[in-house]
Design a protein. Structure first.
Length: 591
């Protein structure tokens, strides 16, 4: 019997696995998707090869790319942007690692306290979360982004539009700032040349400004896996978990199995309580099923698969909140077209931002040709110049909302990709019971009935809609102040790429699945440590750092509650994931 089984090796699961392996527990990490142990031989950086959702190497599907991607039913025009594989969706993420705004925590008493989703706060205070943020920030590590021309343009626009600069990690006021990114700072030749011969490790270290964050980071060439620039969990927490004996006193390496899709969580009645006892997983390559028992089971399969697995396992759902309350930052996209190059294809995917606590946030994002063309099309406001779906947004947008197609799209794209700046508009959206994951009535796949994702794009709460309009309006103001001659708002169709809170932790047993320890309210020894555990949309900022901080806190709780251990975050100094002992052990393992 294992001590702990963790289901899913994305943003959250490896964090829990690493922390518990470092304490000497016998941890098994099961990942349904592929393990790209040597990505440099398989990854190309071509957009279609990497990100085509059906056949790309960064998709939600099995490792065999001739097999279909795993299907989800959508109740609306939408694309849930998640990946399978070791690293999960962090393989594509751009590493932005802001903290949640303090206003979403239980103890917040600032003058703007009613601006937030007040009914769904964290069940504990911001001050309790800070040591876990600091621990993760030191481990990954999180550092102020390296910047270039596109960031200079953004900062000038923000200042000209009247926003103040923010420089501390805790953001309480509307402001702009460099990103705090989970990307190693450039060193040596990095950022100083584009000559590939001069950009191999150790001549170059950290971010080489290659501009390929979303295609999976593989640089600097020849760097050990734990020194690759972007700190997706396949480069940070997973290497730590599987080498724990090499760097943690008393640590024990976690067992990682990829292509291992968990299809059932087993329970027994212990002292009259439903209690998790293990899992069944299916080997995607052979089709064989395996049973494994554990003292504790941790779900980290992401916001869509966790409810699916819960339902397929027949686990209890007495308050009907399993799968409900899904938040997605109700993403919108506002693009500025500049009369000159702003070098938008160079550098980290997003190295600058603006924050609007309780309203949302902006990411000033790098462009790429097919992503930009996709964004110009991904609208819920009909086709620009032809019809509006009854939604065309009046006022400041001068009719420049909606899908851009045909000659209009061609003309726009001919502006040149380095002339675009697109702003990802993250909305602080409300937890709403109607936005949820259920089981689809369509035929299932090899892992059982498939999930159906319901996000009511056109029926969001008044606060959510007002927040999205407000933050989009600011994006236009900043882009114009920065010198864009054309500004287009997509009124984007549903593109959940920050999916949160479908198995939420909460104060109230009426509308939450997890208690304040991260344990399932109705199943003992079952915990959740990914985005689905987040109580709310965090006030707007990107979620992964908060998920990893919460996963660290939950790992401590597991250690205390079921293994008689002492907490460590307030007493120890974290080991950084770039530690040479990890590189040395990976080399011994041929990784
Ligand atoms: C384009 C893009 C850019 C992004 N940029 C940022 C950013 O800059 N900053 C930020 O904070 N966030 C960003 N995100 C979001 C970020 O990727 C997620 O917040 C994070 O990955 C969520 O972690 P997770 O563990 O909840 O889920 P995931 O990372 O999706 O991981 C879940 C894992 O579980 C596996 N799994 C699912 N079901 C099972 C099962 N039954 N058995 C075994 N394995 C299973 C999946 O295959 C997957 O690997 C971005 C997302 C996208 C798409």
């Amino acid at each position: 019997m294992r001590d702990v089984i963790v289901i899913g090796a994305g943003g959250g699961g490896p964090t829990t696995a690493k922390e518990l392996a470092a304490q000497g527990l016998d941890v098994m990490l099961l990942e349904g998707g592929p393990r790209n142990a040597h990505p440099r031989s398989r990854w190309s950086t071509f957009e279609n090869d990497s990100s085509n959702p059906l056949i790309g190497y960064l998709r939600f599907g099995p490792s065999d790319r001739s097999q279909p991607a795993w299907f989800r039913e959508h109740a609306q025009n939408s694309f849930v942007w998640q990946l399978s594989g070791v690293g999960g969706s962090t393989q594509i993420y751009v590493g932005n690692s802001p903290r949640a705004y303090p206003g979403v925590f239980a103890d917040y008493d600032g003058p703007d306290r009613n601006k937030y989703d007040v009914a769904h706060r964290f069940p504990f205070g911001y001050s309790e979360m800070v040591p876990y943020y600091e621990w993760v920030e030191a481990t990954l590590p999180v550092q102020t982004a390296a910047m270039g021309t596109k960031e200079e343009v953004w900062f000038n626009g923000c200042a000209a539009a009247g926003l103040p600069l923010q420089t501390t990690k805790t953001t309480k006021e509307e402001s702009y700032r460099p990103q705090e990114n989970a990307i190693l700072q450039p060193g040596g030749n990095a950022g100083r040349t584009s000559d590939p011969n001069l950009l191999a490790h150790p001549l170059a270290t950290g971010c080489t400004f290659c501009g390929h964050c979303p295609h999976g980071c593989i640089r600097p060439i020849d760097a050990p896996r734990n020194l690759i620039a972007k700190r997706s969990t396949d480069n940070s927490y997973v290497p730590m978990a599987i080498t724990a004996e090499a760097w943690a006193r008393g640590g024990r390496p976690a067992t990682l199995i990829a292509d291992a899709f968990v299809t059932k969580i087993h329970t027994e009645s212990v002292h009259g309580r439903t209690t998790a006892t293990g899992v069944t997983w299916r080997d995607n390559r052979t089709g064989e099923h395996h049973r494994e028992d554990a003292k504790v089971v941790v779900m980290a399969g992401g916001c869509i698969e966790n409810p699916r697995l819960w339902f397929n396992s027949g686990l209890p759902n007495p308050n009907d909140w399993v799968g409900r309350g899904l938040t997605d930052h109700f993403l919108d996209a506002v693009t500025g077209v500049f009369p000159h190059s702003i070098k938008s294809t160079q550098g980290a995917g997003s190295a600058a931002r603006a924050d609007f606590p309780g309203r949302g946030a902006h990411l000033s994002v790098q462009s790429a040709p097919s992503l930009q063309a996709f964004l110009f099309n991904a609208s819920d406001s009909g086709i620009r110049g032809h019809y509006t779906n009854g939604r065309g947004i009046p006022g400041q947008w001068d009719g420049l909302t909606g899908r851009t197609v045909g000659p209009d799209l061609k003309d726009l794209m001919m502006s040149g990709i380095d002339h675009f700046m697109w702003v990802a508009v993250l909305t602080d959206d409300d937890v709403e019971a109607q936005n949820r994951v259920v089981l689809s009535g369509l035929p299932g796949d090899a892992h059982g009935p498939v999930p159906k994702v319901i996000v009511q794009s056109r029926k969001r709460s008044a606060r959510t809609v007002a927040n999205r309009d407000y933050v989009s309006g600011w994006a236009a103001k900043i882009l114009r102040a920065a010198g864009a001659h054309t500004v287009i708002r997509q009124d984007a169709m549903s593109i959940p790429l920050h999916v949160q809170s479908s198995m939420r932790m909460g104060h109230s047993a009426e509308d939450s699945v997890l208690d304040a320890d991260g344990q399932a309210r109705w199943v003992d020894r079952l915990f959740i440590t990914d985005n689905s555990a987040l109580p709310n949309a965090l006030g707007g900022p990107n979620p992964t750092l908060s998920t990893q901080a919460l996963a660290t806190r939950t790992a401590e709780r597991i250690f205390q509650l079921y293994f008689g251990g002492d907490p460590w975050v307030r007493t120890e100094v974290p080991v950084v994931s770039t530690d040479p002992r990890i590189s040395a052990r990976l080399a011994q393992l041929g990784l």
